[in-house]
Design a protein around this ligand. Structure first.
Ligand SMILES: [Zn+2]
Length: 309
């Protein structure tokens, strides 16, 4: 079977914030080489210092340049705290670190208070206000840190007029395979998590665009071919299902370090070249993706309680 259907590909890049203007420009320049627009998800307040992006004029200038190049900036969380918008995706957080599990067990009541709707609204408004003061406009899209989400988050995004979000993980495989301590993770199955799926779905008036994966997250050079192969096979599933392909990477994950410096850039260079030279694709920003897909988004039935044990 040939795939004549053109696939929309949105490349997204996470975690730029205060003090990271040079990193933003590096990520942007990399995509300019391929003439590929990027959606940069920018964190409005620093987790370490609590400083906001309005205190960093160099970053504001870099964000303007991004938009002049046909890319876009959108809102990434508030301070990128683990439990900010609900519970994080298990694989990215809980499973990453045993201490996180302990922290969760010890802080359950504090986390519960943190997840009250009023508390979450206050956080979202602070994030949006800082964003608006920095850019002169409201963000139209949202991504949380660590894939944390909840029904309350979606209610608030609707209430505040967001058009779309992109917080769910359609597959955990790339994340599992990227983890440096998981060199032997080949056994983790190459599956799409059908509880999330690849199709954009409606949450109220908002459309959620699930993330296919990050194929260059702090990757070791020895893992490169495995991750590129995974991308090609998962892209074929996007073609089979006629779903958009939403990729994510992180400036720190691309750059990695030591013997693996810039390994993520090398992986994405191969992926982009392959897509451009051999596949029928259209590269778009997330906001343009929302324009193209908002009337085609599916409605999912409510999830049922799983049977455990
Ligand atoms: Zn992030």
């Amino acid at each position: 079977m040939t795939h004549d259907q053109r696939i929309d590909v949105a490349v997204t890049s996470d975690d730029i914030g205060v003090g990271l203007a040079d990193e933003l420009l590096k990520v942007q320049a990399f995509h300019d080489e391929f003439d590929i627009p990027v959606t940069h998800f920018i964190v409005p307040f620093s987790l370490e210092t609590d400083l906001g992006i309005t205190t960093d004029p160099k970053l504001i200038d870099a964000m303007k340049l991004v938009e002049d190049r046909g890319s876009e900036n959108q809102l990434h969380a508030y301070r990128h705290n683990l439990f900010e918008w609900g519970y994080p995706e298990i694989v990215s957080a809980m499973d990453l670190d045993e201490k996180v599990c302990e922290q969760f067990a010890d802080s359950r009541f504090a986390i519960e208070a943190y997840h009250q709707k009023d508390a979450m609204r206050e956080r979202l408004l602070l994030a949006m206000d800082e964003w608006e003061r920095a850019t002169g406009r409201r963000p139209t899209g949202f991504r949380s840190g660590w894939g944390s989400f909840s029904g309350t988050l979606y209610e608030l995004l609707n209430e505040q007029g967001f058009r779309w979000s992109s917080v769910r993980f359609a597959s955990r495989t790339g994340w599992k395979w990227s983890k440096e301590e998981c060199e032997s993770a080949d056994s983790y199955p190459e599956t799409i998590n059908d509880a999330v799926g690849l199709a954009p779905f409606r949450q109220g008036d908002l459309v959620e665009f699930p993330i296919l994966g990050d194929f260059g997250f702090h990757a070791q050079r020895s893992q490169a071919n495995r991750l590129i192969g995974l991308f090609k096979r998962q892209f074929a599933i996007c073609q089979e299902r006629n779903a958009p392909c939403v990729m994510v990477h992180h400036f720190h994950g691309l750059a990695a370090g030591g013997d693996n410096a810039d390994s993520g850039y090398d992986i994405y260079r191969e992926i982009f070249t392959w897509l451009k030279e051999t596949q029928n694709v259209r590269f778009v920003t997330m906001d343009a993706l929302c324009d193209a897909w908002k009337d085609r988004a599916i409605t999912k039935p409510p999830q049922r309680m799983p049977q455990m044990g």
